[in-house]
Design a protein around this ligand. Structure first.
Ligand code: 8GT
Ligand code: MG
Length: 326
């Protein structure tokens, strides 16, 4: 059989496994519960988010409830979809259907003898996980809402509005987007925005040339789709966050190729800022998100009322200027 034929056989015989897994987050939101896989199983010795294979008749959440009872002795009280990851292992195609568990009863322990540990979210990257898991680590660190700042000439108005969003809307992730400012003005505003974000425990990404991180120690860079497409590789260190604006499959593929930690995908709806761009709508959005192995924020006419629907179709949440700019 020729190479092409063999490849086809491999695809045809690969098992498809649907796995439900839990990102159980502590009530203060600072830690996640992970478990160590026994040495004698698939991916033995690696750490994992507890869970397991679904029975054919089970929904993700049903299967997860059963698995968490079996493996940890806990009952899920409140959970929300976090991310779905399709991953090709050499022997199988796996769909990891990950839920964020916000509330549970019982004291978790390794009922199958496995080690179980609460780990601060920032330290998760130090644990060896199966290859499919990277997007889970990114998703669990991210909030459901991504605030993009509006164009604003007046520094005082800018600061009042940013502070309001941080305090009243509890925004924890901010993108400083200010295309109308020159570089010096942008830098000054970035320093001020960073101080406000730090004060309120929020992260700040600069929508700017990645080199600007050498001057302002923000948490990362948000690439415009144009910058994204012009890059050969990740322009900043792994210690910082890299995000990008995307609008289609090609840009999503590029974002994943250069190692973006998350993206926005737009426009869901028509917006006053881009009236000429046709909206993609939820159906196309969902299809693109399903194939993206990284957290995706829905953008374009989104408000916080859309966040639950965005999560239900596989997104991390919503990104918005207007809903937070008051
Ligand atoms: N539970 C879990 N499985 C994961 C993760 N990441 C990942 O690649 N997997 C893979 O997904 C599959 C899950 O199988 P599992 O061994 O947990 O299944 P299970 O609990 O039903 O066990 P069983 O088949 O022994 O009854 C394994 O191939 C595992 O390596 C993860 O974070 N959590
Ligand atoms: Mg399991």
């Amino acid at each position: 059989m020729g190479q092409a034929g063999k490849g086809l056989m491999n695809v045809m015989v690969k098992r498809r496994v649907h796995v439900a897994a839990a990102a159980i987050v502590s009530s203060d939101g600072d830690k996640a519960l992970i478990a160590r896989r026994p040495s004698n199983v698939d991916h033995g010795g690696l750490w994992e988010f507890p869970g397991g294979k679904l029975a054919p008749y089970e929904t993700g959440l049903e299967g997860l409830k059963r698995e968490l009872h079996e493996e940890l002795g806990v009952e899920i009280k409140r959970a929300q979809p976090l991310i779905r990851i399709h991953h090709e292992y050499s022997d199988k195609h796996i769909l990891l259907d990950v839920w964020q568990v916000h509330e549970f009863s019982g004291e978790p322990f390794g009922r199958e003898g496995q080690a179980v540990r609460w780990v601060p979210l920032q330290e998760l990257v130090n644990y060896p996980f199966p290859a499919a898991n990277l997007p889970i680590l990114q998703a669990v660190m991210l909030p459901t809402e991504y605030f993009i700042t509006a164009e604003e000439a007046d520094d005082a108005v800018f600061e009042t509005r940013l502070a309001r969003a941080l305090v009243e809307d509890n925004v924890r992730l901010v993108q400083l987007r200010a295309k109308s400012l020159d570089e010096a003005a942008y830098l000054a505003r970035a320093e001020r925005a960073l101080a406000l974000c730090r004060e309120h425990g929020a992260r700040l990404l600069l929508n700017a040339d990645p080199a600007l991180l050498e001057q302002v120690d923000a948490d990362g860079i948000h690439l415009t789709s144009e910058r994204l497409m012009s890059l050969e590789r990740r322009p900043i260190s792994e210690a910082k966050w890299l995000a990008a604006s995307t609008h289609d499959q090609k840009q999503l593929t590029q974002a994943s190729r250069i190692g973006c930690d998350f993206v926005t995908l737009s426009p869901l709806r028509t917006t006053p800022s881009h009236p000429e761009v046709p909206p993609m709508g939820w159906h196309d959005f969902q299809q693109l998100v399903e194939r993206a192995a990284m957290p995706v924020f829905a953008l374009g006419g989104m408000t916080r009322f859309d966040a639950n629907h965005a999560r239900a179709v596989g997104a991390q949440g919503i990104a918005s200027i207007r809903d937070f700019w008051k």
